[in-house]
Design a protein around this ligand. Structure first.
Ligand code: GAL
Length: 496
C-alpha cells in the first residue's frame, strides 16, 4: 500500500475531521484489450464523478451560511451584522420633512459616511397624517405638507444614492407622538411600508398599548403580529423581509425573545446627550452582552455623537462602547453642522471593523468591573475592563468612568481570549498605530476622565524564557511535582 499524506475536512462547526490517507487497491490485473478499454471507461467515469462531487461540495460549502442563529421567520439574509445608518429622532424629533432627509442622505455620501458603512436612512416618528384609520383597506398616508413628493419618491431617491430606507411604526393604537399605530392593521401597514413605499427596515415602537381584554397577548405576542406580517409580505414579491428593529426600551427583557423574529431590540429607555445617560446604558447592557450575535443585536439606541453636548473623550467612549458591544450604529446628528471631530469619531474604521466583523458576531463583555466589585450594577460607574474575540485578534476596551484621569492596568490572561505564555502585538484603535508588544500585562497611563482605550492584541509568539512568576495568575499555579506557587513564592507542597 502506498503512503499518502493525510488531509483534513472542515466540518460545518469549524472543526476538522481527520482522514487517514490510505486507499484500497482496485485489484486490477492484466486483461485483454476490450476489458482494458472497459476499465478505461469505468476509470474515467469514476474520475468524472469524483471531480463533479468535489466541485459540488465546494460550491455548497461556500454557499451555505455558517451554522449560527438565524431567525425562524424567514428573514435569513437581512441584518446578519448590526445595521449602520442615520435616524432622524435625536437631531430633529418631530421637526422632519423630506428635504431634511434628502439633504442628510446626500451628506452621508459626500462626508464619506456611506463609504464608511452607514447605509440606512431611517425616518422616525411624526412623518404621517394624524388620522388613524381603522379600515383595513384605508391605510394612513404621509403628511402631504412635509412630504409633498410622497414616500415612494423619497425611498427612490434614497435608493438612488446607494442607501436603504427605514421607517417607523408602533405596535399599539398610536405612535409615541400620537400618529397612527399599526395594531390590528399590521399586514396592511407592512404592505404599505414595504410594497407601496419601498422601505427596507421598520423600527416598531411600544406606545398606546390596547386594553388587556382587546389585545389578549403578552409582549411577545404584541410584536409577533408585525413580525408575521413582515414575513408574509416579503413572500409576495419574493423580496427580502424588512429588517425588524424592535423598540421596547428593555422593559420586558426583549434580549430573551427578540431574536425569535427581529434583528435588533432596544435594551434601554431613550438616550440623552449626557455622560450620565451613556454610562447608564453601558451599565445596563454590561449584563446582557451574551444576547448579541449574528442576526440579532442589543440596540443601545441612536448615537449622540455630534450633538454637541458630550466632550470629545465622552463621544469616543460612547462610540467605542456601542460599536464593540455590537449595537446598531445610527447617526443622530444634523450632518449639515456636524463637527470635524465628531465625523472622525463616526468614521473610525478600526472600530467600525470590529462592529462589522464578518467572522465573530459576539459583543465585548466585562472581564473585570474595576472600581466596583464584579457583577455590581452602577448607573454612573459601569464596568471598566472588557474584551472579546475578533477576526483579527483579541479586542479590549478600557473605560475610565471616573471624573479625573486614571491609569488602567490589566493582566492579559484576565481575558479568556488570551493565551498564557505568549506575547502580543498591540494596536491602538484610536491612534491607528502599532504600539509595541505586551508581555503578560498592559498599563494605559493617564486615561482621560470618561475616556476610552480600544486595543487589538495579536499573538506575536512565545513570551521570553523563564519569566517569573511562572503563572501570571497566581490561583492554583502548580509545579508538576505538586508544589503550589502563589504570588511567585513556592509556599506549600502536596504529597502526590
Ligand atoms: C420612543 C423611542 C425613540 C423615538 C420616539 C418617537 O419610544 O424610544 O427612539 O422613536 O419614541 O416618538
Amino acid at each position: 500500500m502506498s503512503e499518502k499524506a493525510s488531509y483534513d475536512i472542515p466540518t460545518p462547526h469549524g472543526g476538522y475531521h481527520s482522514r487517514g490517507g490510505e486507499s484500497e487497491s482496485l485489484g486490477l490485473t492484466h486483461t485483454p484489450r476490450r476489458a482494458s478499454a472497459l476499465n478505461t471507461i469505468v476509470a474515467s467515469v469514476a474520475l468524472l464523478f469524483i471531480l463533479v462531487s468535489q466541485v459540488w461540495s465546494t460550491y455548497w460549502r461556500f454557499k451555505l451560511p455558517p451554522l449560527e442563529h438565524v431567525p425562524s421567520n424567514g428573514s435569513e439574509g437581512v441584518a446578519r451584522l448590526p445595521f449602520m445608518g442615520f435616524n432622524t429622532w435625536n437631531a430633529y424629533h418631530c421637526d422632519i420633512n423630506e428635504s431634511i432627509i434628502v439633504e442628510n442622505a446626500r451628506l452621508m455620501e459626500t462626508l464619506g459616511l456611506l463609504g464608511a458603512g452607514y447605509n440606512y436612512m431611517n425616518i422616525d416618528d411624526c412623518y404621517s397624517e394624524k388620522k388613524r384609520s381603522p379600515e383595513v383597506d384605508e391605510p394612513f398616508s404621509e403628511d402631504k405638507t412635509r412630504f409633498p413628493s410622497g414616500m415612494k419618491a423619497l425611498t427612490n431617491e434614497i435608493h438612488q444614492l446607494g442607501m436603504k430606507a427605514g421607517i417607523y411604526g408602533d405596535s399599539g393604537w398610536f405612535t409615541c407622538q400620537l400618529y397612527p399605530g399599526s395594531f390590528q392593521n399590521e399586514l396592511r401597514d407592512a404592505r404599505l411600508f414595504q410594497l407601496e413605499w419601498g422601505f427596507d427596515l421598520l423600527k416598531f415602537d411600544n406606545c398606546a398599548v390596547p386594553f388587556d381584554h382587546i389585545i389578549r397577548e403578552g409582549i411577545v405576542g404584541k410584536y409577533q403580529r408585525m413580525a408575521d406580517a413582515i414575513s408574509q409580505v416579503s413572500k409576495e414579491p419574493g423580496k427580502l423581509p424588512m429588517v425588524f428593529s424592535l423598540c421596547q426600551w428593555g422593559r420586558e427583557q426583549p434580549w430573551l425573545w427578540g431574536k425569535r423574529f427581529s434583528q435588533s431590540w432596544r435594551t434601554t429607555g431613550d438616550i440623552e446627550p449626557t455622560w450620565r445617560s451613556i454610562a447608564s446604558i453601558i451599565n445596563q447592557n454590561s449584563f446582557i452582552t451574551w444576547a448579541s450575535d449574528f442576526y440579532g443585536h442589543n440596540d443601545m439606541d441612536i448615537l449622540e455623537v455630534g450633538n454637541g453636548a458630550l466632550t470629545y473623550e465622552e463621544e469616543k467612549a460612547h462610540f467605542t462602547a456601542w460599536a464593540l458591544m455590537k449595537s446598531p450604529l445610527l447617526i443622530g446628528a444634523d450632518l449639515a453642522s456636524v463637527s470635524k471631530e465628531a465625523l472622525e469619531i463616526l468614521k473610525n474604521e478600526d472600530v467600525i471593523a470590529i462592529n462589522q466583523d464578518p467572522v465573530v458576531g459576539t459583543a465585548i463583555s466585562p472581564f473585570r468591573w474595576g472600581i466596583n466589585p464584579d457583577w455590581v450594577s452602577n448607573e454612573t460607574h459601569p464596568a471598566q475592563y472588557w474584551s472579546d474575540e475578533s477576526a483579527n485578534g483579541t479586542v479590549f476596551m478600557l473605560l475610565n468612568t471616573l471624573d479625573e484621569p486614571a491609569d488602567m492596568f490589566f493582566n492579559l490572561t484576565e481575558s479568556p481570549w488570551i493565551r498564557a505564555g505568549r506575547k502580543y502585538s498591540v494596536r491602538d484603535l484610536w491612534s491607528h498605530s502599532e504600539n509595541g508588544t505586551a508581555i503578560r500585562n498592559f498599563t494605559a497611563q493617564g486615561v482621560p476622565a470618561h475616556g476610552v482605550i480600544a486595543l487589538l492584541l495579536r499573538d506575536a509568539g512565545d513570551e521570553p524564557e523563564a519569566l517569573e512568576p511562572p503563572c501570571v495568575r497566581p490561583e492554583w499555579c502548580m509545579d508538576q511535582n505538586g508544589t503550589l506557587i502563589e504570588s511567585g513564592v513556592s509556599n506549600s507542597h502536596l504529597d502526590l
